[in-house]
Design a protein around this ligand. Structure first.
Ligand code: ZN
Length: 363
């Protein structure tokens, strides 16, 4: 099957011509395409989704995952990590038992546990009563409860090194976040194998000239991916551009979306917290930002609107987040790769979404 597009983003470069798909995989690019329309790009990979389409992943069953998945597909996401914020252990364990594995569309790559081993000083909206200092036995219980793929932790906590080692041993990627770490503490964790920072700038020690913290450490290295929430609310435009320039090729867009994303303004839950969505902003009862109602396609457009080339903005939604998970098949469009593809029009709007070569959204 040919997609009928005029070009494709192949390993970060726009290549003229159509894309041919067979048995769920891309078999040819740059195929002659008279009358082709739109651009084929890899499906989006979102590392941080708390909920979507009216569904909260802390309290979702299989039907809920299906509903959220349909809504995510509409926004171009073909693979994601359902994300659980700091919550009571029993609630986390119960939520992880509900995660569908295998044939879900979009693909569920595993869970992102954001917490509970976070800094008490940088919790944001995370529930303080459920925060924990590093606890090896608790980590094992969490890892045994479901398919954990990524964990966000604060590396400066006593015992965090052992957690990092154990997570890597079990094939779980480590991201630093909700943290008060100094640059030295962050660098030690990166040297140990942590490979990303969760929502850079938000909920961490601020960057100061003599105390650059995690932010300075991550931006100064070339082997760390930094995720950002580009919704026009979490970060000032200049802040996004600083990250985009310093971390070119290492910037990952995440939505940090909550239940209300893809639905309407109103009141929703984020774990055990009641949050209110109004004009694109999500706040908890104390007025603190509590996730977003951002979608990946909006994040791509927002980043591009700030002056970032479209190829770079798309890379930030596809191959770069995929790199955090170390899956070479994910987030790319090339011969042999799974045909997880979004077709965009020239206004960067979604026209079609394919997962494994199967059309799932057609506008
Ligand atoms: Zn967070």
């Amino acid at each position: 099957m040919k997609l009928g597009v005029e070009a494709a983003l192949v390993d970060g470069l726009l290549v003229a011509g159509d894309v041919e798909v067979k048995d769920g995989r891309v078999v040819a690019v740059a195929v002659s395409s008279p009358g082709g329309r739109g651009i084929a790009v890899p499906g989006f990979v979102d590392l941080q989704v708390n909920g979507f389409g009216g569904v909260d992943f802390l309290d979702a069953d299989v039907a809920g995952y299906r509903r959220a998945g349909e809504a995510l597909l509409e926004t171009g996401v073909t693979a994601y990590l359902p994300t659980l914020i700091t919550s009571p252990e029993q609630q986390l364990l119960a939520a992880m038992r509900e995660v569908p594995v295998g044939e879900a569309r979009p693909r569920i790559l595993g869970m992102h546990l954001e917490g509970p081993f976070l800094s008490p000083n940088r919790l944001g909206t995370h529930e303080a009563s459920s925060r924990r200092d590093p606890d090896a036995a608790l980590l094992e219980r969490l890892l045994d409860a479901g398919p954990v793929r990524l964990m966000t932790l604060a590396p400066e906590l006593a015992g965090a090194e052992q957690l990092i080692d154990r997570l890597l041993e079990r094939g779980v990627a480590v991201s630093l976040g909700h943290s008060d770490a100094t640059a030295a503490q962050a660098n030690a964790a990166f040297d140990r194998g942590a490979r990303s920072v969760t929502h850079l700038f938000n909920a961490m020690r601020p960057f100061l000239h003599r105390d650059p913290g995690i932010i300075g450490a991550a931006l100064a290295r070339d082997d760390v991916v930094v995720s950002v929430i580009v919704d026009g609310i979490h970060l000032a435009p200049e802040t996004v551009l600083v990250a985009a320039r310093a971390a070119r090729g290492r910037l990952a867009l995440v939505t940090d979306a909550i239940t209300g994303a893809g639905v309407a303004d109103g009141s929703y839950s984020l774990g055990n917290l009641d949050v209110h969505v109004s004009e694109g902003t999500v706040r908890g009862p104390d007025g603190v930002l509590a996730g977003s109602v951002l979608t990946m396609i909006e994040a791509v457009r927002n980043l591009h609107d700030l002056g970032v080339p479209i190829e770079d903005a798309l890379e930030a939604a596809t191959s770069t987040p995929a790199r955090v998970l170390g899956d070479p098949e994910l987030g790319r469009l090339d011969i042999g790769a799974p045909a997880d593809i979004v077709v965009l029009n020239d206004r960067i709007e979604i026209e079609r979404v394919f997962v494994g070569g199967e059309v799932r959204v057609a506008v």
